[in-house]
Design a protein around this ligand. Sequence first.
Ligand code: COI
Length: 357
Amino acid sequence: MIHNITIQKVNQSRVSAIDFDNIPFGREFSDHMFEATYSDGKWHSCEIKPLERLSVHPAMLTLHYGQAIFEGMKATKHVDGRPLLFRPEMHAQRLNASARRMCMPDVPEELFLEALHKLVGIEQAWIPPQKGSALYIRPFMIATDEYIGVASSQSYKFIIICLPVGPYYDKAVKLKVERKYVRAVDGGVGEAKAAGNYAASLYPAKLAKEEGFDQVLWMDAHEFKYVQEVGTMNIFFVFKDKIVTPATEGTILKGITRNTLIKMMQSRGLAVEERKLSIDEIKSAYKNGNLVESFGAGTAAVVANVALIQDGDEKMTFDESNWELSRSLKREINEIRAGEIPDPHGWVIPVETAVYA
Ligand code: COI
């Protein structure tokens, strides 16, 4: 233990009021939060305390210029009851990659991990036991200088909150091929988990929802030709002889579930290609009967089946009877996260609870 994290616990947990069989995504929060402050070039005042509202100055930089980043990760329970984290060090590294792009300070990896272990250790009763449910963990960093000038902040907060969640999508998704708006351009911030990327997706997603879709399928910003991602998740296409997912070359989020699924498929001996993938290639494979299924991958979404991809009036519908690969991947990832099957990659990390719970 190298960071002095003070701990103040609630007198009475709210967990017994939660119905783990009916948890809306994103609205129920656990009892405690972690908070660290950055000023004078270092992180300090690290604390776990009862979840509370932030009190901020109206000129706080984040509110005006969006210098804010986040992560999304999950804790699950081993069948023997032990709390588990999934690839936490990768999330620490991705947070810091986002931080660098957004001109924010790194969070030392050992501070990130120690905070996580302590917080999840304290909150372990909040991990839903249901398969497919989890304790969603939201680490985030905000710029806290009180200043109305366009500049990177000198002070920050790094906070972690936790939410028990069920599946993000409860049915297969319908995607609209987005032909007008773009999510990310080369040289932009598409690869960072920056709050503004999600803000910019809201209006196109709203228009798509009004037309009956669940989300948009983003295309590249130059030619509207190459598929990028869905915004809430990365995307995979299962052809008869291979699986293809767009390469992350600066505009696409380096999804940790994406990386996990690629490794799982490769372990099964399947050919997975990470490369540029045009919507025309997808359409012609669909027409020839070579495109079997498509699914999204993300921490919140896990593995989300795609029912429809529509480009203008052209519809590609995906039949449930073909969702073999996505279903088995989802089962495998959930079983690894419950400790029900071996974890040959060492992805699942037991929470160091003994001292903190
Ligand atoms: C996640 O999958 O964790 C994300 O951050 C995406 C968001 C749609 C919840």
